[in-house]
Design a protein. Structure first.
Length: 76
């Protein structure tokens, strides 16, 4: 029973989190939705990685595109 408490034991089950932008009734990713875009930008103005936010690949690309568009228009 003490083997389960070992810090160096390998985790057999992979931890996966669902994409918050792919669920039912998810907010629309748009350059006009400033509240949503600010959640995915750091304090320095950089876009946060999908590894941290658990956003899917396709949604991350769209999110990046919309954030850049909002920055160009001066909304962020």
């Amino acid at each position: 029973s003490l083997n389960k408490l070992s810090l160096f034991q390998r985790n057999d089950g992979k931890f996966s989190k669902k994409c918050p932008l792919s669920i039912k009734n998810a907010p629309v990713v748009d350059y006009k939705n400033i509240g949503l875009l600010k959640k995915y930008i750091s304090d320095n103005g950089k876009i946060i990685s999908s590894k941290i936010t658990s956003v899917s690949f396709g949604k991350q690309k769209k999110l990046t595109k919309e954030i850049k568009k909002a920055k160009i228009l001066g909304l962020l």
